[in-house]
Design a protein. Structure first.
Length: 241
């Protein structure tokens, strides 16, 4: 029954994708709703992820679930550490889910009445990468303190934020000062340079101030959830009769 529902669901996705692709391909000489493009892309990517990636993994790469990974072969408790895949996902989520990348640009661009143009969007993408870098510094140190050294979750998060505070401030403000010429640009092309400069400048200030507060908090929440989930799935020993 479950396999039938799975095949039926993927059949619906394939049919919907075919209709969307056909609509985009055959519509000529008049505007088309962008939703058709989104549906066509989502269905094609989903089918490729589900079936084409499975074909590559099985027939080309010949992946073996029993083969030891580098983390298993080179485990040393620090650089290589065997963890559950969902635990690693939780740490990544804690690293990228901070509110900093959008709080600063949204407030500043709204006050200055700057349109959300292409250069603003490029600046936000750059800003997300830089903010994730700062967050990863905290999360990785907290993860080592919790998993390798066995410290309490809250203690590991606080120590990580304290030890990584100076590197984050140094690198962030060096970058902030580096984009000041874009913020103060004048002449030809000044509008584009100001858009990306103001976006990154304001976003990095907000992200730097908020990352030290919010990222450790998110790490504590996610780590507690993952450990609770692991305990809930662990087999319970039955008392001897």
């Amino acid at each position: 029954m479950n396999k039938t529902l799975v095949f039926l669901g993927w059949g619906v996705v394939a049919a919907l994708g075919a209709v969307a692709v056909g609509t985009v391909a055959l519509r000529r000489g008049e505007p088309i709703n962008a939703l058709w493009l989104v549906v066509a892309a989502a269905c094609c990517y989903s089918l490729g992820y589900r079936f084409y990636s499975g074909f590559i993994a099985k027939k080309i790469l010949a992946l073996d679930g029993l083969r030891a990974t580098p983390a298993e072969r080179l485990e040393n408790g620090r650089d290589f550490l065997v963890t559950n895949k969902w635990v690693v996902f939780g740490h990544h989520f804690a690293a990228i889910a901070g509110p900093g990348p959008l709080v600063g640009p949204v407030l500043v661009l709204s006050v200055l009445r700057i349109d959300n143009n292409l250069y603003v969007q490029i600046g936000i993408i750059l800003l997300m990468a830089l903010s994730a870098k700062n967050a990863i510094l905290i999360v990785e140190m907290a993860r080592v303190g919790r998993v390798s050294e066995g410290r309490a979750i809250l203690e590991a998060a606080v120590d990580a934020a304290r030890s990584r505070f100076r590197p984050i401030i140094m690198t962030s403000f060096a970058f902030i000062l580096g984009v000041v010429p874009l913020v103060l640009a004048s002449g030809a092309g000044a509008s584009a340079r100001k858009s990306i400069g103001i976006t990154v400048f304001s976003g990095m200030i907000a992200s730097t101030c908020l990352a030290v507060l919010f990222v450790p908090s998110l790490f504590v929440v996610v780590q507690r959830f993952e450990e609770w989930r692991a305990r809930d799935k662990a087999p319970r020993l039955q008392p001897a009769e």
